[in-house]
Design a binder for this molecule. Structure first.
Ligand code: SF4
Length: 437
């Protein structure tokens, strides 16, 4: 769900080979798409093509996102830009991949006759992802453990786009993690649409907790293991226990709750009630004190009344989540919610979004201020451009791209991938700043 700016992708790892074309990939959407783009690049390289920046390429591959209206628009704009380059003779071929291609392939082919190929989403192999071209900095990596989604939320098109839920075998995941560990990676992100459903197809039970214990046991260099995205109805006591006990697992729980009002939870098909959700939040808070709880909400699902909305506002004020994202409901063709009566007017959705965001801003500011004077361990991502001695880093409470940054002032030279202790001196709405402790 989290959006990132488009990235043009270039392989800096190997020299050019003799045959093959110059291919550039533009990746749109979330971290899961990034993993797919890595697989596309791996495939191209194995077939002798050269991975270059989009500006130097003969063939452009656009890995699209179609999660909501805004993402679709961005994908279309990017395709149009590439087709314009083709018209000017700067590109020879334009290939469209990913969710938009999967969902609207025939319309795209009809509408944009100059597209050379439409290839849809990358199917995850149960036995693993073959060699990928890494698109992340050398010190962190994403490990996708399952593809598509086990759930059928009424507003979401993903299960339709991605098809059947598939878990990777534990053996193939552990092999990948081992390789990353040997390469000196310091942080891994365990990703999937719903990683808490991991194993329900393959092993007939929720197997994430067991997998995490095995990952912890085989890793030496990897110091942080971050879990990206858990589904409230599938979070087990065993999983909470593993997160609480294992030092390497970040005390960071990304758990989209989406709503708290019972009629809305039911309409969304979230398989959980308000009472169960509140009990789960309490359990996490009690068992993992200090954990950073990130969640997302959707306002304006058809039928959401003012009363339903106020329940949500009250939850935001009382639960004091460390990080919150709010989305306005986007009416997606092909989803059950598309047909629902009582669509909420756009102006009402917008008012509700603003009310939640402004309530959260105050909470966020006061939670951030509590870090002042504390010493945090952070992972250095890079030196700030144009500011010698200032580094951009993250604590275990921050995922890359979506959360805040810790600005570190240091007289000592630091490198990406270093873990250092920082005394926090300043707090901003999302970011922190401090000096080497
Ligand atoms: S959990 Fe629901 S919202 Fe998230 S990807 Fe699955 S179906 Fe979509």
């Amino acid at each position: 769900m989290n959006k990132k700016p488009p990235q043009t992708i270039q392989d800096s790892q190997t020299g050019r080979e003799r045959q093959g074309k110059n291919v550039g990939v533009v990746n749109l959407g979330c971290a899961r798409n990034l993993v797919d783009a890595q697989a596309i690049l791996g495939h191209l390289k194995r077939h002798g093509h050269h991975i270059v920046g989009i500006e130097d390429s003969e063939i452009a591959i656009i890995n699209t996102c179609a999660f909501v209206e805004e993402a679709k628009k961005e994908s279309i704009d990017t395709i149009l830009d590439a087709l314009e380059l083709k018209k000017q003779g700067k590109l020879k071929k334009v290939i469209v991949a990913g969710c938009l291609a999967q969902r609207y392939g025939s319309q795209l082919a009809k509408e944009f006759k100059d597209i050379d190929a439409i290839v849809g989403v990358q199917q995850l192999q149960k036995d693993g992802v073959a060699d990928q071209v890494s698109l992340t900095p050398a010190h962190f990596a994403y490990v996708k453990i399952c593809e598509s989604c086990y759930n059928q939320c009424s507003f979401c098109i993903i299960p339709k786009i991605k098809g059947k839920f598939v878990s990777r075998t534990a053996a193939s995941i552990l092999e990948e993690v081992k390789r990353l560990d040997e390469r000196g990676v310091r942080e891994i992100h365990i990703i999937g649409q719903d990683i808490t459903a991991y194993g329900m197809d393959l092993y007939r039970e929720k197997s994430l907790a067991r997998l995490l214990k095995e990952i912890v046991a085989i890793t030496k260099n990897i110091r942080w293991i971050r879990l990206l995205y858990t589904f409230p109805a599938h979070v087990t006591d065993e999983l909470i226990e593993v997160i609480a006990r294992e030092k390497k697992i970040c005390k960071y729980i990304d758990m989209p709750i989406q709503h708290i009002s019972d009629p809305l939870l039911k309409a969304m098909n979230r398989n959980i009630t308000q009472k169960e959700t509140l009990a789960l939040i309490r359990k996490i808070r009690n068992r993992i004190p200090g954990a950073s709880l990130r969640t997302t909400f959707i306002v304006g699902l058809p039928g959401e009344t003012e009363e339903n909305f106020y329940e949500l506002l009250r939850l935001i004020k009382s639960a004091r989540f460390e990080k919150v994202g709010v989305f306005v409901y986007s009416r997606e063709e092909g989803t059950p919610a598309y047909q629902m009566a009582d669509q909420v007017p756009e102006a009402v959705k917008k008012r509700r979004l603003d009310a939640l965001m402004s309530a959260q801003q105050e909470i966020s500011r006061s939670l951030q201020e509590k870090f002042i004077g504390r010493t945090l361990e952070v992972l250095v991502d890079e030196e700030q451009k144009g500011e010698q001695g200032v580094y951009l880093a993250r604590s275990e409470y921050d995922a890359p791209e979506v959360d805040g940054i810790v600005y570190v002032r240091s007289g000592k030279r630091l490198s990406p991938g270093d873990f250092v202790k920082v005394r926090i001196t300043d707090a901003y709405e999302y970011d922190l700043a401090g000096e080497l402790a």
